[in-house]
Ligand binder design. Structure first.
Ligand code: ZN
Length: 192
């Protein structure tokens, strides 16, 4: 395996709620490794399994590696959930599955995440700021929610209209059948 294809809006697979992971297998370890490789390659700071077409509750992230001289700190969370949230913060978010767009999104500023690691041990992590935003953004993916669902209808409609036009110009069918995902588009910047 290695680098995986990231699905792009409006691929309907991004809208499917994901299933909890019952058993941690060698295949899951491989998938997590491939998702991390894909995330670093894009580049992004987070990736959720539905973004590569797997409807399971698995996320990977590394919220610091894009900063100058920062080491990579890959994190993998199985069945993650937010168990506490407080405060609020507005962050300009982008997404590897939502090409050519970013927008301010209001989220909890501080969260406590509970998950399993790849050895099946429980992990509890308290996070603030970007890392807290990333946790919330990636867990949204597991529920079929995209950050564009959390902005005003006006801004969302503007983006959807632009994206539809672009795909039509490229000869892609604007479809929700999922037979043919839209052509990959790469944009600079940090994506979640
Ligand atoms: Zn995303």
């Amino acid at each position: 395996m290695g680098i995986l294809d990231v699905l792009h809006f409006p691929d309907p697979r991004l809208r499917r709620p994901s299933e909890p992971i019952e058993k941690i297998t060698d295949e899951l370890h491989q998938l997590a490794a491939d998702m991390l490789e894909t995330m670093y390659d894009e580049p992004g700071i987070g990736l959720a399994a539905p973004q590569i077409g797997a409807s399971i509750r698995l996320i990977v992230l590394d919220t610091q590696w894009t900063e100058d001289d920062a080491d990579r700190k890959p994190c993998v969370f199985v069945n993650p959930e937010i168990v506490e949230r407080s405060g609020s913060v507005v962050w300009n978010e982008g997404c590897l599955s939502v090409p050519d767009f970013s927008a301010d999104v209001k989220r909890a500023e501080h969260v406590v995440l509970r998950a399993l690691d790849l050895e099946g041990r429980e992990v509890v992590e308290t996070a603030s700021g970007l890392r807290a935003v990333c946790f919330q953004h990636e867990i949204d993916h597991l529920d079929g929610v995209l950050f564009i669902d959390r902005i005003s209808r006006l801004k969302r409609n503007l983006y959807v209209g632009k994206r539809k036009k672009l795909l039509e110009e490229e000869g892609e069918r604007w479809t929700s059948s999922g037979e043919r995902p839209p052509a990959p588009l790469r944009t600079p910047g940090t994506k979640l």
